[in-house]
Ligand binder design. Structure first.
Ligand code: A2P
Length: 313
């Protein structure tokens, strides 16, 4: 499988296992199964509420000698209520304890959004802190400390615009090495990907399959059913999901499809063997319509500091 290379020569497998919405009761088994069939990259976050169960799956894989810790790439993310220099290390230590590991390969600031400490899910203006009250540059000092303490080998961000990345680069000693954003054929983020790649920042696409279950229930357009994607999948004798994952990898962007189902775990992993032609890539390029399945409206409340405009600036 292709790997993305970091400045210090560390290698991150380009496909990782996504764990958002993996139920705590199912995820230990899914993680163990994933590692058994060859996944070596697991994407987590404290807000997903399942890091303890993921930790159990990882521990089982290590104890049964399928892998050693060093063979795995483990990412996690700092939640919005732990912004601020002094809050980062305690939050990271909780994640490390839950995942039963001494270090993360990659730690990300989950959103450029800050909550008050005691708030887990902000719902009203008073639950939030603006980025003037709680600057990202201050939070980033805590992230840098995580690297200095070797608790995280690499640090980065998620859901950051070019503008926010530029400002972070100007105000940091250790530059971000990853930006994890929603990305799929309807939201290709070409300008952002180009900017990141020109500035030594890797990109990981979340929701690479376009949130098939959620979009069905919300009556949104279903990417897996797109005609062009399905035509290309027939040509390659593979599934629509595999075409979308192959498309992302062809662009040198990592992907973290979530699954707890053994067949789909295997199917997603096997997409690393599918190679799209230039024509396929061009046809997919034409599908972009800037559609966000995760549009950030949950951060926009009456009289609150965040708007869709200042989030996706
Ligand atoms: P499941 O865990 O039952 O496999 P996204 O990352 O875009 O949100 O997609 C994740 C969703 O897509 C999950 O609901 C997951 O369900 C489902 N899924 C994962 N892999 C595939 C696949 N290869 N084909 C169809 N659906 C998939």
């Amino acid at each position: 499988m292709k790997e993305l290379i970091y400045k210090n020569d560390d290698l991150m497998p380009i496909i990782g296992l996504g764990t958002w919405e993996s139920a705590p009761g199912e995820v230990s088994k899914a993680v163990l199964e994933a590692i058994k069939i060859g996944y070596r990259h697991i994407d987590c976050a404290s807000i997903y509420g399942n890091e303890k169960e993921i930790g159990i799956g990882i521990r089982e894989a290590i104890d049964s000698k399928i892998v050693e810790r060093e063979d795995l790439w483990i990412t996690s993310k700092l939640w919005n209520n732990s912004h601020g220099k002094e809050n980062v290390i305690p939050a990271l230590k909780q994640t490390l304890s839950d995942l039963q590991t001494d270090y993360l390969d990659l730690y990300l600031v989950h959103w450029p959004i800050a909550f008050k400490n005691e708030i887990i899910n902000a719902k009203k203006a008073d639950d939030f802190l603006s980025l003037e009250q709680q600057p990202i540059s201050d939070t980033w000092q805590g992230m840098e400390e995580a690297v200095n303490l070797r608790l995280a080998h690499h640090i980065g961000v998620s859901n950051f615009s070019i503008k926010k990345l530029k400002s972070l680069i100007e105000n940091s000693k250790i530059h971000p090495e990853m930006n994890q954003v929603e990305m799929h054929p309807y939201l290709q983020q070409r300008e952002l990907v180009d900017y990141c790649h020109q500035n030594n920042i890797h990109v990981t696409g979340y929701s690479p399959l376009g949130r098939p279950k959620a979009s069905k229930s919300k009556n949104e357009s279903i990417l897996l059913e797109n005609e062009v994607i399905n035509k290309i999948s027939q040509k390659h004798n593979c599934s629509a999901a595999q075409v979308m994952l192959a498309w992302a990898m062809e662009r040198n962007t990592a992907v973290i499809p979530k699954s707890v189902n053994p067949e789909r775990l295997q199917e997603n992993l096997d997409s690393s063997e599918i190679y799209l032609s230039n024509d396929d890539m061009n046809e997919i390029t034409a599908l972009n319509n800037n559609h966000r399945y995760i549009d950030g409206t949950f951060w926009v409340v009456e009289n609150g500091p965040y708007t869709l405009k200042n989030l996706w600036d």
